[in-house]
Design a protein around this ligand. Sequence first.
Ligand code: HMG
Ligand code: MG
Length: 307
Amino acid sequence: MDVRIVEVGPRDGLQNETAVVPTNVKIELINRLSQAGLRFIEASSFVDPRWIPQLADAAEVLGGIARQPGVAYSALVPNLRGLERARGTALAEIAVFMSASESHNRKNINKSIAETYPVLEEVVQEAKRMGLRVRGYVSTVFGCPYEGDVPVSAAVKVTERLLNMGVYEVSIGDTIGVATPKQVREKFAVLVKAFTPGRLAAHFHDTRGTGLANVTAALDEGICTFDSSLGGLGGCPYAPGAAGNISTEDLVYLLHGMGYRTGVDLERLAEAGQYIQSRLGRQLPSRMLQAHCAAKRTSEGGDSSWR
Ligand code: HMG
Ligand code: MG
């Protein structure tokens, strides 16, 4: 069986790095991801650069990548101003985003949930006129940093509104990485019943180490699209304490071992992980990446550096 992986490292990962990564490094990262076989890459974000300065160079990044046939490059777009900035770039898709909880929605995009719908509606309509596919995100489905528990009914309501607007899929976000497999099963059982698994994806952050266990729980509920970040980069700057997404290397290792096909070359992926780790100058959380680096050190004669 095939599992679709949406690589969000260049966006979700780099938006949360304190250092601003040079544009040429972002371009090289995206090229290495496509060469490793990833077919869906969220490359950047056309949000207000005063909110996310790390991704202010979205247009330059999209202008610089070596576009691979068959790869869908995407970016976050919060409003028509963002869509205008995205016009004419290499995008095949955009993604709109909002939260299941009121407080996170306000902190993240400065609007109530009710005020957000018409903004996203006009983005989806105009994007479709431009020939772009549109994906949707719902954040804080498994818990909100400001409100705690979030009822599944809130996620159902927002997901339904996004699908009715015309997004092809909604990615269900554990923004702060609090979910456990039991909760994943329970919430996805409700969501799958309401919308079918083919319209849903899972977006897990690995803040508390439950990310891959949550993937297996979501697979059991029929989900077969997962978001992940190379090296486990990532977070959300408007969700305090949110750590990185599940790592793409760890996800691919898990899926291949379970007999799923992803189309990703794990060796090339780990090389890409090593590239961005060395450019960031810090060890990334991916366990598979660290195993890859350790195996390379051994074969190269025992250099103790993780680089
Ligand atoms: P706002 O300040 O309410 O916007 O921000 P506004 O419409 O009132 O406009 C104010 C000014 O901003 C205007 O300029 C606009 O032109 C400008 P002025 O007239 O004052 O000079 N502006 C823009 N400039 C450039 N690009 C734009 C843009 N929009 C307005 N797109 C806004 C509202 C949504 C823009 C802001 O809150 C924002 O950018 N938020 C983004 C925050 C963000 O990126 N968070 C992280 C991504 S979400 C996430 O990580 C979760 C996810 O991974 C899933 C999960 O984990 O759950 C997806
Ligand atoms: Mg996220």
